[in-house]
Design a binder for this molecule. Structure first.
Ligand code: UTP
Length: 301
């Protein structure tokens, strides 16, 4: 079984990053040289996923524009001798196809109705086949390891899971920000779970293993989402949809990120600053100047 479709939800409001996100999507904020969402797309294409559905919303048009071919740009760059600046994949040549649908804000609400609601918009696109979900505001850097999504897909197929989730161990004080899983038995590199809870308190967290923004689903998730009630703030959480899958008797598994595999969640100012600093420091062309600059600045603080 080959999985070739990925759903990238990008319809959230990015409230925690205001005012930077007042009139531009959080997914278009630059991290080093590229917008966040370009890293996500490059990761997916690198993993062999070439049919990409964005679930967009109001004020997200710049994402469509970003992945649209600009016929004039290569000429402009070659005229100004700056061809190297177009540091991106030739999506057409790679056979990548982009699709877009919108997460409509339901009557009576002022904000989108949650990640679970965004994913439910993808039902026609996936047409009953297994698919990947990658959150559009999170970068995964697998470094020298074979890609995380490929490992998720391999495990998903091998174990006949209904859902396979990437997870990462977080500090106890961070569990309240993430979906947290409860392993069935010992949690090795790849394990089955018996429960999942959204943003538990430290006292109620069943582990410190947090959902890390990459998933593989079978189409049962759409039935599960229909049977799931909205949670806090009336949002339909994907985590709660996965909890319903478990209640329906479907096997849900997890694959851990490797120790030096990094997840950058660009959701709040601190995580955004950290990601930007890391990518600026490791920039191939200018990183050494930034390293020198930071060393000097840190001495002065
Ligand atoms: P977040 O919950 O982290 O993003 O969703 P948000 O809602 O934009 O953030 P705040 O709380 O307002 O600051 C993770 C990803 O899921 C998308 C977001 O765009 C983000 O890329 N998302 C979130 C949706 O597509 N729809 C939603 O209803 C919520």
């Amino acid at each position: 079984m080959e999985i070739e479709k990925v759903v990238i939800p990008v319809a959230g409001l990015g409230t925690r990053l205001l005012p930077a996100t007042k009139s531009q999507p959080k997914e278009m904020l630059p991290i080093g040289r590229k917008p966040v969402v370009q890293y996500v797309v490059e990761e997916m294409v690198d993993q062999g996923l070439k049919k990409i559905l964005f679930v967009t919303g109001r004020d997200k048009r710049s994402i469509e524009d970003h992945f649209d071919r600009d016929p004039e740009l290569p000429n402009r760059l070659s005229e100004s001798d700056h061809e190297e600046l177009l540091d991106e994949i030739d999506y057409d040549r790679e056979g990548v196809k982009f699709f877009y649908t919108r997460q409509i804000i339901p009557p009576g609400r002022l904000t989108p109705a949650g990640i679970g609601d965004a994913i439910s918009m993808a039902e026609d696109f996936v047409a009953g086949q297994p698919f990947v979900v990658a959150l559009g505001d999170t970068i995964v850097n697998s470094g020298t390891h074979s890609g995380l999504v490929r490992r998720l897909i391999r495990s998903h197929i091998k174990h006949g899971a209904s859902c396979t989730i990437a997870v990462l161990e977080v500090a106890l004080h961070e569990v309240q920000h993430y979906g947290i899983v409860k392993p069935k038995g010992r949690a090795g590199a790849d394990f089955e779970i018996e429960a999942i809870v959204e943003k538990p308190s430290e006292a109620n967290a069943p582990s410190r293993l947090a959902v890390a923004a990459r998933y593989v689903f079978n189409a049962e998730i759409f039935t599960a989402l229909r049977r799931t009630s909205p949670g806090y703030g009336g949002e339909l959480e994907l985590t709660d949809g996965i909890a319903t899958l478990l209640k329906m008797g479907h096997p849900v598994r997890c694959v851990r990120l490797k120790r030096d595999e990094l997840r950058y969640d660009i959701g709040n100012p601190v995580s955004y600053f950290k990601a930007f600093i890391d990518f600026a420091l490791s920039d191939q062309r200018h990183g050494y100047l930034i390293r020198q600059y930071l060393q000097q600045r840190l001495r002065e603080f």
